[in-house]
Design a protein around this ligand. Structure first.
Ligand SMILES: *Cc1c(COP(=O)(O)O)cnc(C)c1O
Ligand code: SF4
Length: 458
C-alpha cells in the first residue's frame, strides 16, 4: 500500500489548511467580494437564484474567480447566477417579487412554476433508466448502458459549489425530493451480483466527494468482494478536484480517502476519478495539482470531462490548455459534453457546429496523449451522440454523427447522418439526411419505451 504524505504540499497562497465555508442565496449580501457590485446587480442574483440553485465556497471565491473581471470572468459565470439565465419575462417577474420583499411562499410558488418550464428531467431519466431488483424499482440507481450502473448515494446529493450550467439542478431545488438517491449499498451489491454484464459502477450525485470518507467507504468496500469479479472499475464523478481540492490533501479524512482508493487498486480494480474540470484556471492552483498528484499516488486514474458552455469555455484555447495541462499532470482527457437540454440551456448553449469546430481546433493543438478526448457528445435518449464531422455527401451538407454509447448495445459505434443545421444545439433539433424518414434508432427506441412497464410511482 502506498504511503501517502502531505509534506511535499506546496504552500497555499492564503492558508495551507482552510476550512470549508459555503455561501448560498441568503448570504449574497455577506460575500465581501460582491460589495463592488451595485445593489441592482445583487438583487438580480437573488432573483435568479430563487429559481436556479446557487452555492459557492471560499476556495472558489478566493482562488478561482478573477474579481477584476466581473461579470465576464469565466469562473464567476460558472458559479454565480446571471440575469440571462432566465427568460426576460420570468426574470422580471422574480425580480419584482424580490424587490417587493415577497414572502418566501410566494417566491417559492413562482419559482416552482418557472422551474417546471425548464425541462427538469431530460433524456428520459425518470422513466427509462430505473433498474429493478426482484421486480422492485431501485430508486437511486440508473442503468442505461449495459456495462455501467449509475449510483446516486443519498449523502452525495449536493456539491462543494454549484455550477450554473448544472443539469442536476432539479435535484438541488427539491423537485425530485431525492428520488434518485439510494439509501444504502446492499441493493447495489445485490444488483451487481445478479448482473454479470455490469463492469463499471459510476458513483454520481450531486458530488459523491462531499461525503465523509467513512460514509463513502460504506458504499465502496462491499463492492470489493472477490465474488463480484466481473466488476472492473469503480468511478466517482466529482467536481471536488476543481472546487475543493483540499478534500484529497488537507481535509481531516484525506489520508483515509487515499487509503480507500488504494484498497480498490489492491482488489484488482480500476478506481477512476471522473474529474469535472471546466476551465484551465481550475488546474492552475498548487493545491489542485497536489490533489491530482495524491490521487494518482493512491493508484487512482484521473479522467477529465466537462461540457462546453457559452460564457465559460467556448473557445479552443481553453480546451487545448486544459488537455495539455491534464497530460502534464498525468490526468487523462475524456469527454467534451454538449450542454444538456435543461435549466439555463439558452444561456449556455452553443450550436453543435461551433462546439464541433472548437473541439477540432483544440484537438489539433495537442499531442496524441491529449487526443484521448472525445466529443462533442450529447447524452441523449438513445445514447451518447458524438458530432463526428460536417461533410458534404453527394451535394448535401450533413452532420456525421456516431453513437458512442447506446441504450441498445447494438447501436454502439454506428454512424448516421443529419441534415446540416447551423443553429441546432441538440440532437432532437436535427433531421435525418438523404431523405430518410427517421434516424436508425427511432423504431428501436419506440419498442423499448412500450416494452418497458414503467415503475410507478417513482
Ligand atoms: C456517460 C454515461 C455513462 C458512462 O459512459 P462511458 O462512455 O462508459 O463513460 C453511463 N451512464 C450514463 C447514463 C451516462 O450518461
Ligand atoms: S459539480 Fe456537477 S452536479 Fe455539482 S453543480 Fe457542478 S455540474 Fe452540477
Amino acid at each position: 500500500m502506498a504511503v501517502i504524505q502531505s509534506h511535499q504540499l506546496v504552500p497555499h497562497r492564503k492558508s495551507a489548511y482552510p476550512r470549508f465555508k459555503v455561501f448560498t442565496r441568503k448570504d449574497i449580501d455577506d460575500i465581501q467580494e460582491l460589495r463592488t457590485l451595485s445593489n441592482d446587480e445583487r438583487l438580480s442574483m437573488k432573483a435568479v437564484s430563487a429559481v436556479l440553485p446557487f452555492r459557492v465556497n471560499n476556495y472558489v471565491i478566493e482562488e478561482l474567480i478573477d474579481w477584476n473581471n466581473i461579470p465576464d470572468d469565466p469562473m464567476f459565470q460558472l458559479t454565480f447566477p446571471q440575469p440571462g439565465m432566465l427568460e426576460t419575462a420570468d426574470f422580471e417577474r422574480m425580480l419584482d417579487l424580490v424587490k417587493k420583499n415577497a414572502s418566501s411562499d410566494d417566491l417559492h410558488r413562482v419559482a416552482r412554476e418557472i422551474q417546471n418550464k425548464l425541462n427538469p428531467h431530460p433524456a428520459g431519466q425518470m422513466e427509462l433508466n430505473v433498474p429493478k431488483l426482484d421486480a422492485e424499482p431501485l430508486a437511486g440507481m440508473q442503468h442505461k448502458y449495459r456495462e455501467t450502473v449509475l449510483f446516486f448515494p443519498a449523502a452525495g446529493q449536493t456539491c462543494h459549489a454549484y455550477c450554473t450550467y448544472c443539469f442536476r439542478w432539479a435535484q438541488f431545488v427539491g423537485i425530485d425530493e431525492l428520488k434518485f438517491a439510494a439509501r444504502q449499498s446492499d441493493a447495489l451489491v445485490e444488483y451487481v451480483r445478479q448482473h454479470p454484464e455490469v463492469r463499471s459502477i459510476l458513483f454520481t450525485g450531486g458530488d459523491p466527494m462531499v461525503m465523509k470518507t467513512k460514509v463513502l467507504r460504506r458504499y465502496i468496500e462491499p463492492l470489493l468482494d472477490p465474488s463480484l469479479e466481473h466488476l472492473e472499475s469503480i468511478r466517482i464523478g466529482t467536481k471536488a478536484p476543481a472546487y475543493w481540492p483540499y478534500k484529497f490533501v488537507t481535509d481531516d479524512d484525506a489520508d483515509d480517502l487515499l487509503e480507500l482508493f488504494d484498497q480498490v487498486s489492491d482488489s484488482g480494480r480500476n478506481l477512476a476519478l471522473m474529474a469535472h474540470f471546466t476551465h484551465p484556471r481550475e488546474l492552475e492552483t498548487p493545491i489542485a495539482r497536489e490533489a491530482i498528484r495524491r490521487m494518482r499516488s493512491a493508484g487512482a486514474v484521473v479522467r477529465c470531462q466537462a461540457p462546453i458552455i457559452s460564457h465559460v469555455n467556448d473557445n479552443a484555447q481553453a480546451w487545448a490548455t486544459m488537455w495539455s495541462e491534464q497530460v502534464k499532470l498525468g490526468a487523462i482527457p475524456y469527454y467534451m459534453f454538449v450542454e444538456r437540454d435543461t435549466g439555463a440551456k439558452q444561456y449556455f448553449a452553443l450550436p453543435l457546429e461551433k462546439a464541433y469546430r472548437i473541439f477540432n481546433d483544440a484537438y489539433r493543438q495537442v499531442s496524441g496523449l491529449g487526443r484521448t478526448a472525445r466529443g462533442p457528445s450529447m447524452s441523449a435518449t438513445p445514447g451518447k451522440v458524438l458530432v463526428d464531422g460536417i461533410n458534404e455527401v453527394n451535394g448535401e451538407k450533413v452532420f456525421v454523427l456516431k453513437l458512442l454509447q447506446g441504450r441498445d448495445p447494438a447501436w454502439v459505434g454506428k454512424t448516421f447522418f443529419a441534415k446540416y443545421d447551423p443553429h441546432a444545439t441538440w440532437v432532437d433539433q436535427l433531421k435525418p439526411a438523404f431523405g430518410e424518414k427517421e434516424f436508425f434508432f427511432e423504431e428501436g427506441l419506440r419498442q423499448l419505451k412500450s416494452a418497458r412497464s414503467l415503475p410507478e410511482p417513482l
